[in-house]
Design a protein around this ligand. Structure first.
Ligand code: SF4
Length: 426
């Protein structure tokens, strides 16, 4: 009997939409806990407590690195065999642990309880735990909960789930404002804020901001400008609160950044002359930086395995601004509402695939022998051993890559494997 998961399906879901190769099978991605690595750096008054196993603790510890001089703002409440067997009251234990943690860390204002595979298997209700703790701890500390579990998810969904928890807390406002949705490094946030201000868009809020306790307001005069394509659930929850979604490519590269800023400028009535005056110098800098990397990348073939959900945006950038030839653009989930502008800019002859069937995708990589394969950490070494150049997709989420001033660095991340090989060949 054939397994339904083994049958590849190519679908075209609407008039004019490009076909998508849908894959279902063995997956090779990190889980949503990984988002804690960049979220805890951004949210300076928050603590992320994973309720999970030693495996979960190892994942976070090794992904985030060991902090020697600072107390980390993440940790794991490890479920033991007694908890898993239902022999101990995990709820009492969790409450006790949270209270002890907060007594020791009085600077924490928001505590995220992060669910994992083990906590979900024993059906530990973290939403109810958060309610219970809030009754004790508010207004000093707010407790929120979300799932970072690895079942049927990919690692960038952890950020979406975390940001989604803020939406019900947001007060209503009728004020006109622009909300940028997606976790950005502070330096990038400052650059964008400056550019918006220079255009005359002064009422800009970032979700998340630097403090989890500063929850922005939302309402019918809020324009949403997503900065990351993987926060679809958060964006839809914000739209349900009355906000208006601005559609644009993402701010990767000179072209993407211009189109992204332009979407806000159009909505706010900024004149083309004012827009050009603000953006032209930075855009010229970005184009110069890209021109330096283009000789290493132009004409090279690229295969993207599904991992970060950034794939359609990065493929657009690498093809249109650096001349790379796209063989296949794989993404774990294709959220058309979030990437429609990107899909329209991808070349017709590139295969677009959604989901993962590891063996079949690896067979296509081996048959195509691309000049560069973008993939998860676990696949990079085996492919390198077969003589294929690789780039870890997770590095693209950890690095500042948005905006004009980072365009050259972003291109350099892809050019580096070629530069390294050229040095080794000398
Ligand atoms: S949440 Fe699940 S997939 Fe992630 S580290 Fe823990 S056990 Fe593994």
């Amino acid at each position: 009997m054939s397994n339904l998961h083994d049958i590849p399906v190519t679908t075209r879901s609407g008039c004019g939409e490009r076909p998508v190769l849908r894959e279902r099978g063995q997956r090779e991605v990190f889980c949503g806990l990984t988002g804690i690595v960049w979220l805890h750096r951004k949210l300076q008054d928050a603590f992320f407590l994973v309720v999970g196993s030693r495996t979960c603790a190892h994942l976070i510890q090794s992904a985030a690195g060991v902090m020697i001089f600072a107390e980390p703002r993440f940790g794991t409440a490890i479920l033991t065999d007694r908890d898993l067997a239902g022999m101990a009251d995990a709820n009492d234990e969790l409450d006790r642990l949270c209270v002890t943690l907060l007594e020791r860390r009085p600077e924490i204002r928001t505590l995220f309880l992060v669910g994992s595979c083990p906590s979900e298997v024993i059906k530990l209700d973290l939403a109810r735990a958060a309610e219970r703790l809030n009754a004790r701890l508010l207004p000093q500390v707010r407790v929120l909960s979300y799932s970072g579990s690895g079942i049927e998810t990919t690692f960038t969904q952890g950020e979406d789930a975390a940001l989604r928890t803020f939406v019900p807390l947001m007060p209503h406002t009728d004020a006109r404002q622009l909300m940028v949705v997606g976790c950005l490094p502070d330096v990038v946030e400052d650059q964008f804020r400056r550019q918006f201000e220079q255009m005359g868009i002064a009422d800009v809020v970032f979700l998340p901001g630097r403090r989890a306790s500063d929850v922005p307001a939302i309402g019918p005069n809020t324009d949403l400008l997503p900065a990351q394509p993987f926060n679809g659930d958060t964006v839809r929850a914000l739209v349900a609160r009355g906000a208006r979604l601005l559609h644009a490519p993402y701010p990767f590269g000179a072209e993407g950044t211009t189109a992204w800023l332009e979407a806000a400028a159009r909505a706010w009535g900024v004149t083309p002359a004012a827009f050009d005056a603000v953006t032209a110098p930075a855009r010229a800098r970005a184009e110069t930086a890209l021109a330096r990397q283009r000789p290493l990348l132009a004409g090279r073939s690229l295969f993207m395995l599904p991992d970060s959900q950034l794939e359609p945006s990065l493929a657009r950038f690498l093809h249109r601004e650096l001349g790379m030839r796209l063989i296949e653009v794989g993404t774990p989930f294709l959220d058309r509402q979030m990437v429609s502008e990107e899909l329209a800019l991808l070349p017709e002859d590139a295969v677009l695939s959604e989901g993962q069937h590891l063996e079949r995708q690896l067979a296509r990589v081996r048959a195509a022998r691309p000049d560069l394969t973008v993939c998860g950490l676990g696949l990079a070494n085996p492919l390198e051993a077969e003589g294929l150049a690789t780039k870890w997709s997770i590095e693209l989420v950890f690095s500042p890559i948005h905006g004009y001033d980072q365009a050259g660095d972003l291109a350099e991340l892809f050019a580096r494997p070629f530069a390294r090989r050229a040095r080794l060949a000398v």
